[in-house]
Design a protein around this ligand. Structure first.
Ligand code: SF4
Length: 364
């Protein structure tokens, strides 16, 4: 009888879509290298040998949050010693002239007015007009909508007018009611997360998507999550990338240890094979470490994210990766994977292709 990998090879040759059962069988295979090769073939078909990165900066304006999700080491309450709140000036001062993307996500602050968020985007664009702003997860958009009595369309339209270019993919966690009830019962569920992204796509705001894995979820729940993203992408085409986020054990300790590198690579490879309509699969070095991220570029991933600048959310959960990277280090990680580094912006427009040696080739 043909193995699952033989069958998937046949399906890929015939350009047939993978099913839920295919993906679950792939999770059961022990032949990680062949799985990686298949995913890499799919990646190569789209992107050749290229791997993307961006000069970006993460800004987390406050860790004060009205919620207390059980997997989150980042959030705290006002008045606690670790609580912080940035002024608009502090946010804007982090936006250096060489950046191409700022990524802004934070706690659901109980008191900040709507004007704080709108003015933040305007002030960033005024200081660094070339920077693209990827800001506010669907969880934050949902919070703004309810707190400020605006529809999701109104929230997104006003943010877009102020300078919003894209939405990050965070807050999706796992689209499983079982997991939601256990870990984040007061946060939006799958239907609302998907609805917000659908509205964003309709308004011309591209978005990313994520999966938080390696805690209490099952492989079935991971696959179902990816399939719901694939279904929405069939409708809208608005997702730029899929980012598997490895849960950091930190102090929340939902499990004893972080998912293994093998599990990271399998999830990235299966995502590349299953999500045939999402252009980019990201190996997020912050959660899986730079070495595994580099290897993942040969297991279906085509993007390492970016320089980050200052990562607080995963490092609050004791992530062992560095807090930032230099452009040179990202280029090195990509070259170690025998790929060609491509610097992009937040919307995946190509800025520079770094060919052999240090020759810089401007892209079309
Ligand atoms: S995951 Fe987000 S919404 Fe939940 S507690 Fe942390 S910051 Fe707040």
């Amino acid at each position: 009888m043909a193995s699952i990998l033989d069958r998937i090879t046949g399906k890929l040759a015939a350009q047939e879509r993978l099913t839920r059962e295919d993906a679950l069988e792939l999770y059961r295979t022990n032949d990680l290298l062949r799985l990686g090769r298949l995913a890499n073939q799919v990646k190569q078909r789209r992107w050749g040998n290229q791997a993307h990165f961006v000069l970006n900066r993460q800004i987390n304006p406050s860790n004060v949050c009205v919620l207390s999700c059980k997997f989150c080491d980042f959030a705290t309450k006002r008045g606690r010693p670790n609580a912080y709140e940035m002024t608009l000036e502090e946010v804007v001062s982090r936006c250096d002239a060489d950046l191409r993307e700022v990524h802004i996500v934070g706690g659901l602050h109980p008191d900040w007015p709507w004007s704080y968020y709108v003015e933040m985007l305007k002030a960033i664009k005024a200081r660094v007009p070339q920077v693209q702003i990827k800001a506010f997860t669907a969880v934050e958009i949902d919070f703004f909508s309810k707190k400020f009595r605006l529809t999701v369309e109104e929230v997104l339209t006003q943010l877009k007018a102020a300078g919003l270019d894209a939405l990050p993919g965070g807050g999706a966690e796992v689209f499983s009611e079982r997991v939601r009830k256990a870990l984040f019962p007061f946060k939006l569920g799958a239907p609302r997360w998907l609805e917000i992204h659908k509205i964003a796509h309709r308004l011309g705001i591209p978005t990313n998507s994520t999966l938080l894995y390696g805690h209490i979820e099952t492989h079935e729940e991971r696959v179902d999550h990816m399939l719901r993203l694939r279904a929405l992408q069939d409708e809208t085409g608005g997702f730029m990338s899929f980012i598997p986020l490895a849960y950091q054990v930190g102090k929340t300790r939902l499990v004893e240890r972080q998912a293994s590198a093998l599990e990271d690579l399998k999830t990235i490879a299966i995502a590349r094979l299953l999500l045939d309509n999402i252009p980019h699969i990201k190996a997020y070095w912050v959660t899986i470490g730079e070495e595994t991220a580099s290897v993942a570029l040969n297991f279906g991933a085509d993007d390492l994210d970016g320089t980050i600048g200052e990562e607080r959310i995963m490092h609050a959960a004791d992530a062992e990766s560095p807090i930032r990277q230099t452009r040179d280090r990202l280029i090195q990680l990509i070259r170690e994977a025998r790929c060609v580094p491509v610097e992009r912006d937040a919307l995946y427009n190509v800025l520079q292709v770094f060919e052999n040696g240090h020759r810089l080739v401007a892209a079309d």
